[in-house]
Design a protein around this ligand. Structure first.
Ligand code: ACO
Length: 319
């Protein structure tokens, strides 16, 4: 039977670090308000010449190096992003060209902050079907481009970055189980409701959010989907070595761990350093914890996404 395993990871953050104190000089906010409500201390913001594909390229090079493969070995590229370089071609095609490879399918996947979990599940299914053997799966975002910097209720929450993994066919699982969900009736609580029409932006091109509604929704579905995955695998919460939920807000992460009965020490947190990087947040956190040695070979890691749509999902992976 064919399974898929993560054999390498990489990530990249723009050099420009913006602290809460720097934001407080530009708008009516404070380090104390942002930290106490969200846990965020700083975020990385892309320079004008940086795009999702350029951040994805840096993260992908690191993932390819850590997997010990050549770029030519990749036969599938999926990029999860809601902030593509262009309307088209896809960021995945631009990334493929930057990597100097041709021929393999490359496409973007749009599930906002659940994007990486959706993309990893999709790549796993492609590999398990036998059609592909080595996938590059990326989450890359420049959310700073879709923020209303006059809306203090949203702009302080997000940052830019990219994370990537190499997923390879193997006879042992790797990806143990996954579950994806969506409920479009909640589109209104988190959206960028604008578009391009006739050469002009129509509607509102900025991210709008009902924060308290998102908070409540996220905590409920992250708990439900974690239990769904554990039931599928016939495992208990204690069997999970690490929990990496989408890094939206420290209070959401802590509430999720608490509802599950998972000790705080098993929670990987990067939201304090990165802010919410949407589809990039889970692979960024995974790469960080693999590189600093917290996550070790054999560990079972629960990855969770939740975001606009609303979309949500989880993947249990053995490293
Ligand atoms: N600085 C100072 N004050 C602020 C700021 C700010 N940056 N933003 C809002 N406020 C004010 C509001 O104007 C309001 O003032 P008022 O009472 O005088 O009207 C007050 O703070 C309280 O606002 P609330 O929105 O009620 O604050 P709340 O405690 O709910 O926290 C927050 C807001 C942090 C957005 C919270 O609702 C939250 O974390 N929600 C989850 C949203 C999230 O994580 N979104 C990420 C994207 S979704 C995803 O990734 C799944």
């Amino acid at each position: 039977m064919i399974h898929s395993r993560i054999i390498g990871s990489g990530s990249y953050l723009p050099r420009n670090v913006v602290t809460n104190a720097a934001l407080a000089q530009r708008m009516d906010t404070s380090d104390d308000w942002i930290r106490s409500r969200t846990g965020i201390r700083q975020r990385h913001i892309a320079e004008a010449n940086e795009t999702s594909s350029s951040l994805a390229f840096e993260a992908s090079k690191a993932a390819i190096a850590s997997a010990g493969i050549a770029a030519q070995d990749i036969d599938l590229i999926i990029v999860a992003t809601s902030t593509p370089d262009y309307v088209f071609p896809s960021t995945a095609c631009l990334l493929q060209d930057k990597l100097g490879i041709k021929g393999s399918p490359a496409f973007d996947l749009q599930a906002v902050c659940s994007g990486f979990v959706y993309a990893l599940t999709t790549a796993d299914l492609f590999i398990r079907s036998g059609q592909h053997r080595c996938a590059l799966v990326v989450g890359a975002e420049v959310f700073s481009r879709i923020l209303d910097w006059n809306d203090r209720g949203t702009c302080v929450l997000f940052g830019d970055g990219a994370g990537a993994v190499i997923l390879k066919a193997d006879d042992q699982p790797g990806i143990m189980a996954s579950a994806l969900h969506a409920d479009g009736s909640h589109a209104g609580i988190l959206s960028v409701p604008g578009n391009i029409c006739g050469g002009k932006v129509t509607g509102d091109p900025f991210l709008r959010m009902d924060g308290p509604a998102v908070f409540k929704f996220a905590v409920r579905v992250l708990d439900e989907v974690a239990r769904e995955i554990l039931a599928k695998c016939k495992l208990q919460v204690d069997d999970v070595d690490w929990l990496i939920p989408h890094q939206a807000n420290l209070r959401i992460l802590e509430s999720t761990a608490k509802r599950l009965g998972l000790p705080h020490e098993k929670l990987i947190v990067t939201v304090d350093q990165h802010g919410n990087t949407s589809a990039a947040s889970v692979p960024l956190a995974l790469d960080l914890a693999l590189r600093d040695g917290r996550i070790k070979a054999g560990d079972k890691v629960m990855l969770q996404g939740v975001g606009g749509g609303f979309t949500w999902g989880a993947v249990l992976v053995q490293i």
